[in-house]
Design a protein. Structure first.
Length: 56
């Protein structure tokens, strides 16, 4: 997964839109730390919206 927060945002939202029904499924499948992803994207003021299944 990308280390840069902006690149991570693009990557994660694409994966959520096209392949995964939830952030938990994405993290489990890609062996990613959910909290780390959430914190890194929060650092650029993006937060996970479960209803939209996207970081907004």
């Amino acid at each position: 997964m990308p280390k840069d927060p902006v690149m991570l945002l693009s990557y994660v939202n694409l994966k959520l839109r096209d392949f995964y029904g939830s952030l938990d499924l994405l993290c489990e499948d890609l062996d990613a730390d959910r909290q780390e992803v959430v914190e890194k994207l929060a650092s650029i003021d993006y937060h996970y919206d479960e209803e939209k299944n996207q970081f907004v």
